[in-house]
Design a protein around this ligand. Structure first.
Ligand code: NCD
Length: 315
């Protein structure tokens, strides 16, 4: 695995929440909270922070919120922003991903925000990048989505306070294909979450060591009992072999979060979803838009988290 810390133990790339030291995680969350508070107060001008730095978003897979959120974060800190859409660029002429990166690096890009369909692709690019270049993983295959993990923890902390040991959190749905679930489980573990439950059909739970230490189950009603937060996942049909899910109706019946089901959770439980949501499949409109939903709060937190990460890597 490519080291994401330098010799002094400082963050050099953000590739994974796996093994990220807890103090670094806590510092990023604290800084993101301060930035979110600042924005809520009307915002101070932070454009000096990354003035003269260039950030490039390099997306080999589609994205709405992650890409826009990183772009806004970089601009709010005053960085020059390049947005590279791999579907319209020379990669369609067969240029290798590393050549693309090296080309942009030669133009003076200091940080690359990369989304890629293949597990480990961002770490590989980090290993080949020059000494002054930072790589930020914006989601690689089924592997990692570290900034989503961080923004989910920030959202949980805002709603429930910092005492993760007292929290019961359930992650529901297509865990097998979800980089969000992997990053969330690792972050929850690192912060000492009291109970991490993971619920989904057997075919959509990973069979490796991802869920070590989690309580796993297939009965959503039982798994929702008394939780403080439910993190719903998108059914990732684009990554799925045919036949893993019998039908969307059946999936909704067994694993869709409805208002009635949600009553099994604590009365003040929150509902999260990384987006994009399949409304009517893993979550109903009533829940997605209801009082317990923190979906838009997650999106707002994403900008603050990405500012904190860019600042830690580049300032
Ligand atoms: C997630 C992703 O791309 O991994 N989306 C996001 O970044 N907010 C989740 C998903 O696509 O289901």
């Amino acid at each position: 695995m490519t080291a994401q810390l330098d010799d002094q133990g400082r963050l050099r790339h953000l590739l994974s929440l796996d093994g990220l030291p807890r103090p670094i995680l806590e510092d990023l969350l604290a800084r993101a909270q301060a930035l979110a508070d600042g924005a809520a107060r009307g915002g101070t001008d932070l454009r000096h922070v990354l003035a003269g730095k260039a950030v490039c978003t390099l997306f080999f897979e589609p994205s709405t919120r992650t890409r826009c959120s990183f772009a806004l974060a970089a601009q709010r800190l005053g960085a020059d922003l390049l947005s590279f859409d791999a579907s319209t660029a020379s990669t369609t002429k067969g240029e290798a991903d590393l050549d693309t990166l090296k080309t942009l690096e030669a133009m003076g890009v200091h940080a690359f925000v990369v989304r890629h369909g293949r597990d480990g692709a961002v770490a590989e690019l980090a290993a080949a990048a020059g000494p002054g270049t930072a790589l930020l993983n914006a989601g690689d295959g089924r592997n990692q989505h570290p900034t989503q993990g961080l923004l989910d923890m920030l959202t949980l902390r805002q709603a429930k306070g910092g005492d993760f040991a007292s929290l019961k959190v359930v992650i529901v749905g297509d865990v097998k294909h979800s980089r969000v679930a992997r990053s969330d489980v690792q972050a929850l573990r690192a912060l000492g979450c009291g109970e991490i439950r993971v619920c989904g059909p057997a075919a959509l739970l990973p069979d490796d060591d991802t869920l070590d230490g989690c309580i796993t189950g297939h009965d959503l009603d039982a798994m929702l009992d008394g939780v403080d937060a439910a993190i719903m996942l998108r059914l990732q049909r684009e990554r799925m072999a045919d036949g893993l899910v019998a039908s969307l109706d059946a999936y909704h019946r067994d694993y869709g979060l409805t208002a009635r089901r949600l009553r099994r959770a604590e009365a003040d439980a929150i509902v999260m979803h990384p987006g994009p949501m399949n409304r009517g499949v893993e979550i109903t409109d009533e829940v997605a838009d209801g009082p317990q939903s923190r979906v838009l709060q997650q999106v707002a937190n994403g900008v603050a988290v990405r500012m904190a990460v860019l600042e830690a890597l580049l300032a």
